[in-house]
Design a protein around this ligand. Structure first.
Ligand code: AMP
Ligand code: ZN
Length: 219
C-alpha cells in the first residue's frame, strides 16, 4: 500500500503514521524526521535545511524531492510506504507522481487529517520529544509520568525549536498557502480520503485504518 498523509502541523500525522505503518507493515517516511536527523549530525544538507526549519518555512522543493527520491529507492520501500509530511507543495506532488509513474507504482490513497486551527496551536505548544527514543509526549494530552522525562527510557524531553509560538503561527500560514492546495489536487485525482483527527488517538487511528482499508488499491 502506498499512502500519503496530509494535514496541518499538529494534526497528529507523526502519531498516526506510527499506527498506520505498523498496521500495514510498511515504512513510515517523514521528511521532517529526515531533515532533523541531518541537522543532528550536522551534514551540509542539515545546515541548509535549518535556516528554513527554524523560521517555519519550507525547505526548497529540489532539496526535498531529492531526499525523498533516494529514500524511496531503499529496498524497504519497494512494497509500499507511508509518506508523512511529503508532499507539501503542488510541485512536490507532481514530482512524486512522476517518480512513482516511472516505477509503475502509483499512489493508492491520500489520507487527510482534519483539525481546527486553535486546537493545533495548543497541541503544538505542549508537544515534547524524548531526546533518546524520539517518542512524542504532550504536557496536557499525553503527559509522561515524571515531568520532563520519557516513560519509555527516562530520556530528557525537549521542545522542538519550530514549536515555539511565533514559529507555530508561521507554519500554519505556510500550510494554508502552500500545502492546503494539495487537498483539492488529490481530490481531483480521486485519491483523497479525509477523517476528523479529534478525540482519542486510538479512535483516530481506527478511523484512519478504516478509511485506508476502504480505498481502492491501484495495483
Ligand atoms: P515536520 O516534522 O513535518 O513538521 O517538518 C518540520 C520542518 O521540516 C518543516 O516546517 C519544514 O521546514 C521542513 N519540511 C518537512 N517536510 C518538508 C517538505 N515536504 N517540504 C519542505 N519542507 C519540509
Ligand atoms: Zn524515550
Amino acid at each position: 500500500m502506498r499512502i500519503v498523509l496530509v494535514g496541518a502541523p499538529g494534526a497528529g500525522k507523526g502519531t498516526q503514521a506510527k499506527f498506520i505503518s505498523k498496521h500495514f507493515a510498511i515504512p513510515s517516511i517523514s521528511t521532517g524526521d529526515m531533515f532533523r536527523a541531518h541537522l543532528a549530525s550536522e551534514t551540509k544538507l542539515g545546515m541548509a535545511a535549518k535556516r528554513f526549519m527554524d523560521v517555519g518555512e519550507l525547505v526548497p522543493d529540489e532539496v526535498t524531492i531529492d531526499i525523498v527520491r533516494d529514500r524511496l529507492a531503499q529496498p524497504d520501500a519497494a512494497n509500499g510506504f507511508l509518506l508523512d509530511g511529503f508532499p507539501r507543495t503542488v510541485p512536490q506532488a507532481e514530482a512524486l507522481s512522476k517518480l512513482l509513474a516511472e516505477r509503475g507504482t502509483p499512489l493508492d490513497v491520500v489520507l487527510e487529517l482534519q483539525v481546527d486551527n486553535d486546537e493545533v496551536v495548543s497541541r503544538l505548544s505542549g508537544r515534547r520529544t524524548c531526546s533518546t527514543c524520539g517518542r512524542v509526549w504532550h504536557l496536557d494530552f499525553d503527559p509522561p509520568r515524571e515531568v520532563g522525562k520519557c516513560d519509555v527510557d527516562g530520556g530528557e524531553l525537549f521542545q522542538r525549536d519550530d514549536d515555539l509560538p511565533e514559529t507555530i503561527l508561521r507554519r500554519l500560514d505556510v500550510y494554508a498557502e502552500q500545502t492546503e492546495p494539495l487537498v483539492a489536487y488529490y481530490r481531483d485525482a480521486c485519491l483523497l480520503q479525509s477523517i476528523a483527527a479529534h478525540g482519542a488517538l486510538e479512535d483516530i487511528a481506527e478511523r484512519a485504518i478504516e478509511a485506508l482499508e476502504a480505498a481502492p488499491r491501484r495495483t
